[in-house]
Design a protein around this ligand. Structure first.
Ligand SMILES: [Ca+2]
Ligand SMILES: [Ca+2]
Length: 322
């Protein structure tokens, strides 16, 4: 008898356990299901809102009616834009990618232009407290050969890096030996690290100063302070002071530079004539970055994209979705 009651009790306990497990599972999975459904619906809405934002940005750029010059007084540069949306919030940033230094041009440039480009990057190293080694390392990262570059005209530590350097790191990888495709790749190159890339309160980061696209001509109307300074310094034997660059940055807010002649109030004749032969500067742009950040019910989707402006529209060069 005792045994039977014992078995019955165990049966009841098992039954109760099964029922509660079923109920538990049901409640948990249905609330989880609901949460997942809401989250994925919000994600999808935020995702499409963000793409809508990118299109909005391209629309603003498409309405730029003066293609001879691109400067910070134009409508596209007045962001961030926040168009009215029913489903959520979206914020759009447009930046001129050609105000930056295109590091991929190092691989394409002929002798004299190449030397100018190297000097431009070395000047930036000075301004951003970065070792000169970053420049030959950048060259080695892109070039097809496996010879370590050393810049003969630079004094002090300036040795590039190929496989033998990267494969001895704690997390080894080979040198790419091809042009860069993704901006964050630059972080893998000898001499660069997260802090230098992002910058600090005192020192600007490389992230905002380099690009991988464009013809390598820096748009002097949109170039950030360090890029403007570094680029002009390449052609000047005198040291170019911060006050002169500040003056130019102030002036271009209202009056864009249209050509090398518009720089004559700031630089002497010798520099101006060197600038005329330079392949490093420009006054307009064909590459722009458009970033859109969308929020729907606490879900955030950010799309970063880079576009080439062509006669017949825009061609995408790069996208990153977060
Ligand atoms: Ca324009
Ligand atoms: Ca190489």
């Amino acid at each position: 008898m005792k045994d039977k009651r014992g078995i019955a009790l165990i049966m009841v306990l098992i039954f109760l356990f099964l029922i509660s497990a079923l109920i538990m599972e049901n409640t948990v999975s249905s609330s989880l299901k609901l949460e997942l459904l809401t989250a994925s619906r919000a994600y999808l809405q935020a995702y499409s809102l963000a793409w809508g934002g990118i299109n909005y940005g391209l629309g603003v750029l498409a309405r730029d009616d003066d293609l001879r010059v691109d400067w910070l007084g134009e409508a596209w540069a007045q962001g961030p834009f926040e168009p009215e949306e029913k489903e959520g919030r979206v914020k759009i940033w447009i930046e001129d990618e050609m105000g930056r230094v295109n590091v991929n041009r190092l691989g394409k440039a002929k002798k004299r232009e190449r030397r100018d480009r190297i000097e431009q990057l070395l000047e930036l190293c000075d301004l951003l407290h970065t070792s000169y080694s970053f420049v030959p390392a950048l060259i080695d990262w892109i070039d097809a050969d496996k010879e370590v570059t050393v810049l003969s005209f630079v004094s002090g530590e300036n040795e590039g890096a190929e496989d033998e350097y990267y494969t001895y790191l704690d997390n080894p990888y080979p040198a790419k030996n091809l042009p860069l495709e993704v901006p964050a790749e630059i972080l893998w190159i000898k001499g660069m690290d997260k802090e230098k890339w992002q910058g600090s309160e005192e020192t600007p980061g490389w992230e905002k100063l380099l690009t991988l696209w464009g013809n390598g001509r820096v748009n002097l109307n949109t170039a950030p302070f360090p890029v403007l300074k570094a680029t002009l310094q390449v052609y000047s034997s005198e040291v170019i002071g911060d006050d002169l660059i500040e003056e130019m940055v102030e002036a271009r807010k209202n009056d864009p530079f249209l050509n090398v002649d518009s720089l004559s109030p700031y630089l002497d004749k010798k520099v101006i004539s060197r600038l005329r032969r330079s392949a490093l500067l420009g006054f307009s742009s064909s590459i722009f970055s458009v970033k859109a950040e969308a929020r729907v019910e606490g879900v955030k989707v950010t799309i970063k994209s880079v576009w080439e402006r062509k006669n017949d529209g825009f061609r995408v060069k790069y996208t990153q979705i977060e």
